[in-house]
Design a protein around this ligand. Sequence first.
Ligand code: NAD
Length: 485
Amino acid sequence: MSFNEVKNFINGEFKTGSSTKIHSIISPLDGKELSTFCESTMEDLNEIIATAQKAQKAWQKVTLKERVQVFYKYKQLLEKNSEELTEIIHRENGKIHSEAKAEIDKAIELTEFACSLPQFMNGENMEVSKGVFCSSTKVPLGIVASIVPFNFPTMVPHWTIVNAIALGNAFILKPSEAVPISSQYTAKLLKEAGLPDGLFNIINGTQTTVENICDHPGIQAVTFVGSTKVAKIVYQRASNNLKQVLALGGAKNHILLLPDAHPEMASSNIVASMSGCAGQRCMAAATLIAVGNCDAILDRLIADAQKIQCGTTLGSVISKAAKERIEAYITEAEQQGAKIILDGRNTTVPGKENGFYVGTTLIDYATADMKIAREEVFGPVLAIVRVNTIDEALEIENANPYGNSCSVFTQSGGLASYVTEHASAGMCGINIGVPVPREPFGFGGWNQSRFGSGDITGKSAIGFFTKEKKTTTKWNPEAGTNWMS
Ligand code: NAD
């Protein structure tokens, strides 16, 4: 399968970016070039904004019930094209087919939620004093932009595309430069579904393009998903330019394993969480805190992790640089005295020797102060820290600067509630390895995993992508009498 040049999408047409800088897109499966794109300039963004403004003004006049009709058709197109899209995500990101397919399934679910928005959008109306009524309605913001990471080329863009447009906005997507191909199909399918030109746009690029988005006065709101380092930059720069911003950052997710956990359930869920998508999930299990004697469960966990095979049940990591970074973390932990019980360094897949693979890695006897237990590794690596009490485990979890997710594995309801009550994370799980809330609940962490307020999906998205208009009404109480006479 070959992919033509990746282009911007402006006013319903694909157009090459006007910078002379050419970016190469490498498949992490085999290190081969998949495609290229020309970076974008401020002129490209200006062109998008000019056409998007016109399109949005017309779109705002269409009722919400009519607007979502496009997304019913779009959902069918996602289903129809699922196989092709799965292959594209597999090739550009390196995740295995079932994980790529799961992204399409999630994009479909997000589209279903957008279709249901009319059910959530009843405004408020109340008699606030005798004869005086206050009502509120939700109005679109105008033009909104989303800057997205590499790890979910289709799902993360769909966190915002469908809700933002259904709620009456025009939308600009800045895909990750590592995986911009699947978004070309999003553009194609939205057009085929009947979305008017100018409402969905793509601008390809890297840092400069993101800075242009943060600075452009024609954009009212920005969402960002990516590393904490860049989330802070985008949050500050776009806020400084008086935009509404929600920026989701990195993570270091903790799993608290208690000795009474169901062994099979705990083991399979934890292994799936740390190795799924090659550990490149912002919800991946990263530090396992074993409370007390959990050896029987850990033995099973090691056996389950050993069964995972690179190239079949484990995909590649995104780049050579990522592979080197992950391996350096493992080596440093080893040098500091942690015990590598399953070593994924120097892994190759026969026939794909130039691909970027790291095998499943388990590191026991890590201590809470080691980098492997504190920092985001973003690879299929699980650090195991052993403690004696739940409070010690919570102290480690609470001290971590991130706060995306925290899960506990136990069969005791009381202990599970104690952990979720005291964990410092926006998304908690009980016997769940990847505790992603499903719609209408919203996705969003705490602390350095999120800058701005509210969540990016679910009902919270309504608040982010609209502004509220309050109208206070009073009529002449005598009007009816006068008319009668
Ligand atoms: P990244 O921060 O490197 O890149 C994200 C986006 O920012 C890309 O579109 C990129 O082009 C742009 N960018 C990169 N450097 C920039 C700079 N200096 N200035 C302006 N823009 C810049 O992230 P990534 O490597 O693509 O993705 C992995 C990260 O994303 C991990 O930290 C992961 O935890 C995080 N993530 C978080 C969530 C969440 O919901 N919290 C979800 C998915 C991924």
